[in-house]
Design a protein around this ligand. Structure first.
Ligand SMILES: O=C(O)CCC(=O)C(=O)O
Ligand SMILES: [Fe+2]
Length: 358
């Protein structure tokens, strides 16, 4: 990524919320300006979902026996194709009600809509992960993201720091707890389906994730920007997770494929399942962890909620034995706490998957 000049230290800028800069009608500081590409300037049109090339997978075909064997088999083939090419899919038939999805968006919107003093009760410093604020300070010269966020550990339950969970809106905690339960069911469905699509024992990935697998919720608030052509809501990156489940209320997220950016369409009711590096490792490179980014918009704001699903702390993961043959040897070695390695590279604007290569 292009290096940016640093006239004001990033620590100082990151201590201030993007929302404050927008309210004060400030121009983005140099460190936020990272875009030079003209190829993909503004991507604000609301194309119909049917014209989006990002695959749609119906999870109900994969998890219920009534769907019929042929339908299940066909959906598994689609799933494998989607994850081997795009590394993500729009999931429908996931079992989460539209009412709950709307409630999650509502509490997120209400939280970010409160006065700054209220939100600062959950404020984090520029080095912490959890709480309300910006990502921790990246390496010098890396650009900053035009967004604010609230990051919370939700699983295992004993890792929850309820002091950082907003009490206003009052229903925030109950809604996030309910959403966590639903997302856990989805991770069960998706992990089993992915294994079956590769002709593996259906529980093999769940075993790798472990009994104390982690879920972290990241509520992202993307503010409008006067100069969307210069900044990004979130810089290009691949996730260090096993996989990530994202819901969005507006377009903005783009996936990189074949050297082009593709917009994730506004598809109410659908959630995006996106592979992280650790699923690329466990699938021995069959599933791809795609680079993605979020654009800024001149007029609109955007809320997204990303649920990061990651193997248990301290647990070794690696390519599934059933995928290793003489013709297809292991491409990755076993790794432990890969997300910690990933974050170091992420802060430098780099990918980390090579560190796991054999
Ligand atoms: O806001 C989004 O849609 C994507 C968020 C994301 O990529 C992340 O939090 O890692
Ligand atoms: Fe991401």
């Amino acid at each position: 990524m292009a290096k940016v000049s640093t006239d004001v230290p990033a620590e100082i800028l990151l201590a201030k919320r993007v929302q404050e800069m927008v309210m004060n009608d400030e121009e983005p500081a140099a460190q936020y300006k990272c875009r030079t590409d003209k190829d993909d300037a503004e991507d604000d049109n609301d194309d119909p979902i049917s014209s989006s090339p990002i695959p749609i997978i119906d999870l109900s075909f994969l998890s219920c026996s009534e769907a019929g064997e042929v339908a299940t088999e066909q959906e598994l083939v689609k799933l494998k194709a989607a994850l081997s090419s795009w590394g993500c899919f729009q999931a429908v038939g996931h079992g989460i009600s539209n009412i709950l999805l709307n409630e999650v968006q509502r509490v997120a919107r209400e939280f970010f809509g409160q006065p700054m003093e209220e939100k600062q009760k959950y404020g984090k410093t520029v080095v912490d992960f959890e709480g309300y604020g910006a990502d921790p300070v990246p390496e010098e010269g890396q650009s900053l993201d035009w967004s604010d966020r609230l990051f919370l550990s939700v699983k295992p339950e004993d890792q929850r720091n309820y002091k950082l969970w907003p009490t206003d809106p009052e229903s925030f905690r109950a809604i996030l707890e309910e959403y966590t339960k639903e997302i856990e069911k989805v991770t069960g469905m998706v992990s089993r389906a992915m294994a079956k699509s590769l002709d593996l024992d259906e529980n093999c990935f769940l075993r790798q994730f472990g009994e104390r697998s982690q879920l972290q919720a990241r509520f992202n608030y993307y503010l409008p920007c006067k100069r969307p052509d210069l900044v990004l809501g979130l810089k290009p990156h691949a996730d260090g997770t096993g996989y990530t489940i994202i819901m969005q209320d507006e377009v903005g997220l783009q996936i990189r494929k074949d050297d082009k950016w593709f917009k994730v369409p506004k598809n109410p009711g659908a959630i995006l399942v996106l592979m992280g590096d650790q699923m690329q490792i466990m699938s021995n490179g069959i599933f791809k962890s795609p680079v993605h980014r979020v654009l800024s918009n001149a007029k609109r704001d955007r809320i997204s909620v990303a649920m990061f699903y990651t193997p248990e702390v301290g647990k070794e993961i690696g390519p599934e034995d059933g995928l290793i043959t003489e013709e297809s040897p292991a491409l990755y070695r076993k790794v432990k706490d890969y997300a910690d390695v990933h974050i170091g590279y992420y802060n430098k604007g780099l990918r980390s998957i090579h560190t796991a290569q054999v």
